[in-house]
Design a protein around this ligand. Structure first.
Ligand SMILES: CC(C)(COP(=O)(O)OP(=O)(O)OC[C@H]1O[C@@H](n2cnc3c(N)ncnc32)[C@H](O)[C@@H]1OP(=O)(O)O)[C@@H](O)C(=O)NCCC(=O)NCCS
Length: 439
């Protein structure tokens, strides 16, 4: 029998795993104020209502930069900025409150209207706002007093979670109240980052006017590890105060604070939120923080990473100095430990001529990753490699790490115990201790 494929069934079966994945998950969504003045906003609200109906717990954080600009302009005020951050003068704050309030009411009204002309027509959704954010002054930066521009001091995560548990959507505005009762103008991204990390959100999503992130050849960056994201922020053509820089910076910060994934999606493409969450490839850029270490054979491209790792130890005299050329020639003897494309550890195993022995050298773990049991993982890899090359004993020479090697099953031996070809090269001036481990 010839079965014709029903496109609806096929589509439904393809998206259903995502329903399962996202149900019960908490997502913090950051929406710049600019989105409201674009024709897409009611579509965004309708998509948020669909997510809510599918069991996603939502915290929305809106911005209001455009609306604040317009309000201040109408009053004849001119805002000053420092590195893209507005300096909020005391006499501007009531205009800012008015602009922010009007954005918030527009959003609440859209959710309360029963979403006419949308797939979620008739949906009843509880939107809750409140004093969840305590603020403090941003202070004086580069000698410039930021006055009523603030930053997040704390987040009432418990109160936010209570609303989410009762099936409400939390809506946060870019204002915060200080313990002295003053109102501060905050960045919506700062709030999004702090809230997402406090309530341990599963994801953060930021709408960007300029869409996802592309490289110089206009190729979409679908995924970036934290390290790649940092490299891109440090070295790319994106600069503050561009929207894309700002959005990527927010994704980086939120993942650095423990949120596993952060996405940048376009505020101009209809349905970008649903496409990002319910299709395999999405059409935004995702930054992710969950990563793990990989041990592998080193390659020529790893030489710079190895130099970066070992040169501080060479300068201190802990490791013997190796030139780049020597490292390149000997790269096949090296194994590395890699995390997010960063070399965080290395070890070399040199065969000792005319013997069935090898020499373990240049064992190093980046300082910030030490004491986490990583060097033993590297050692186990090297030992396995040695066994596969018929090496039956490993020697190592060290001036300062004797006890670590003892802890790894090495025993101290005399210099004379070294195979003759290696003993001939022993540096009596360096006077290293010799250790041996039988495999
Ligand atoms: C030695 C080194 C590779 C260990 O890496 P690691 O991934 O931190 O290893 P572990 O997690 O198993 O070991 C950590 C333990 O070793 C101890 N240790 C670290 N350096 C030591 C040293 N020079 N002598 C004795 N013990 C040392 C730590 O104090 C720690 O002990 P603790 O857990 O009781 O506090 C790492 O400290 C390093 O890179 N040191 C600088 C380079 C070096 O000395 N290389 C060896 C010469 S080839």
């Amino acid at each position: 029998m010839n079965i014709t494929k029903d496109p609806f069934l096929e589509w439904f079966r393809n998206v259903s795993p995502y329903f399962h994945d996202h149900r019960g998950k908490t997502i913090v969504i950051m929406i710049p104020g600019d989105c409201l003045s674009q024709g897409m906003f009611s579509g965004i609200v309708s998509d948020l209502a669909i997510l809510h109906a599918l069991g996603v717990r939502l915290v929305l954080v809106h911005g209001a930069r455009l609306q604040i600009d317009e309000e201040l302009h109408q009053k004849g005020f001119v805002s000053k900025f420092h590195k893209g951050v507005r300096i909020t003068e005391r006499e501007h704050i009531s205009s800012i409150m008015k602009a922010v309030g009007s954005v918030r009411w527009q959003i609440e009204a859209l959710f309360s209207s029963g979403l006419p002309n949308s797939p979620m027509y008739g949906a009843k959704i509880k939107i809750r706002s409140g004093n969840f954010i305590t603020a403090m002054p941003k202070g004086i930066i580069d000698g410039i007093d930021h006055q009523m521009t603030g930053k997040v001091r704390s987040v009432d995560g418990g109160a936010i979670n209570d609303i989410l548990k009762e099936n409400g959507i939390v809506l946060l505005s870019p204002l915060g109240y200080s313990i002295t009762g003053e109102v501060f103008n905050l960045s919506f991204a700062d709030i999004g980052i702090c809230v997402a990390s406090t309530i341990k959100a599963d994801k953060a999503i930021i709408f960007n006017d300029d869409g996802a992130i592309y490289d110089r050849d206009n190729k979409l960056y679908r995924e970036l590890t934290l390290a790649q994201c940092k490299e891109f922020l440090d070295g790319s053509d994106l600069h503050a105060p561009s929207n894309s820089y700002f959005s990527l910076r927010a994704c980086y910060s939120v993942c650095q604070r423990g949120v596993p994934r952060a996405h940048i999606i376009s505020s101009r493409d209809d349905g970008s939120l649903l496409k990002e969450l319910y299709t395999r490839d999405g059409d935004g850029t995702m930054v992710y923080s969950d990563s793990y270490e990989v041990v592998r054979q080193a390659q020529l491209e790893d030489v710079s990473g190895i130099i970066n790792l070992i040169s501080p130890l060479e300068q201190k005299g802990v490791l013997v100095k190796r030139s780049r050329e020597k490292l390149e020639n000997e790269i096949d003897y090296f194994a590395i430990l890699e995390k997010d494309s960063l070399v965080i550890g290395c070890a070399a195993l040199y065969p000792i001529e005319k013997s069935n022995a090898g020499e373990l050298a240049c064992v190093a773990i980046r300082k910030e990753y030490q004491k986490a049991g990583l060097a033993p993982i590297l050692l186990a890899y090297v030992e396995k490699l040695a066994a596969s090359r018929n090496i039956t004993e490993i020697y190592t020479l060290t001036t300062r790490t004797a006890h670590w090697f003892l802890g790894q099953g090495f025993v101290e031996v005399e210099v004379d115990a070294l195979p003759a070809s290696r003993k001939a090269l022993y540096n009596y001036q360096r006077n290293s201790k010799v250790f041996c481990k039988k495999l």
